[in-house]
Design a protein around this ligand. Structure first.
Ligand SMILES: CC(C)(COP(=O)(O)OP(=O)(O)OC[C@H]1O[C@@H](n2cnc3c(N)ncnc32)[C@H](O)[C@@H]1OP(=O)(O)O)[C@@H](O)C(=O)NCCC(=O)NCCS
Length: 170
């Protein structure tokens, strides 16, 4: 069930969102991956991205959507052409992250559908999203939206290798 409310709005990210994007990235990634990605590497990933990274992405006009709840930016998603090419011209949601306090109330579904619509409008013939195998809540979310595992890969974090699963939609 997609929530429709005048208080919920999905729109393209603008320069005024940089601070919020940076804060959501740090909080949501730490919340999602503590206990999954080794702490040293998670810290490095979080410190390695900052306001400057987001500013550059917005200046480059990369596809970033934000979802606002009652005027507060609650999450973001980035998307574009699938990184692992292949013959098929598929779209990919690279990242979809909500602040923990806004998770589980339907905002992710709304943001996910907005990404799908944006990709469909560009005539991509399918969608792919990668999730760490241990990120079970994300896996459940994609499964319940109709995504099915279509491939696996390994992501190295120092000596630890974590499995990643590609969820695919036709
Ligand atoms: C994964 C993530 C984006 C999903 O977004 P979310 O907002 O938490 O998920 P939703 O609330 O939209 O969907 C969860 C369930 O809540 C239900 N829901 C919808 N409206 C609701 C409401 N008003 N109240 C309660 N639940 C509601 C949805 O129907 C859905 O149920 P279903 O999956 O059985 O259909 C989000 O949890 C998140 O940011 N997680 C951490 C980061 C992460 O792991 N990102 C993915 C990396 S691959």
């Amino acid at each position: 069930m997609i929530i429709e409310s005048p208080l919920i709005k999905v729109r393209r990210a603008v320069a005024g969102d940089i601070e919020a994007l940076d804060a959501i990235y740090r909080e949501s990634w730490r919340h999602a991956y503590t206990g999954i990605i080794p702490a040293l590497h998670l810290d490095r990933m979080i410190r390695g991205r900052g306001a400057a990274w987001w500013r550059k992405a917005i200046i480059r006009n990369e596809d970033i959507l934000v979802i606002e709840a009652a005027g507060v930016v609650a999450g973001y998603a980035t998307f574009g052409p699938a990184r692992a090419g292949g013959a098929q011209r598929r779209g990919e949601i690279y990242e979809i992250y909500l602040k923990p306090v806004y998770q589980g109330i339907g905002l992710g579904e709304r943001l996910f559908e907005a990404c799908r619509t944006a990709l469909d409008n560009r005539s991509y013939s399918g969608l792919i999203v990668w999730a760490l195998g241990d990120n079970t809540s994300a896996a459940d979310f994609y499964w319940r939206r109709g995504g099915r595992p279509a491939g696996t890969s390994k992501e190295p974090f120092g000596r630890t290798k974590l499995s990643k699963i590609a969820y695919s939609w036709p």
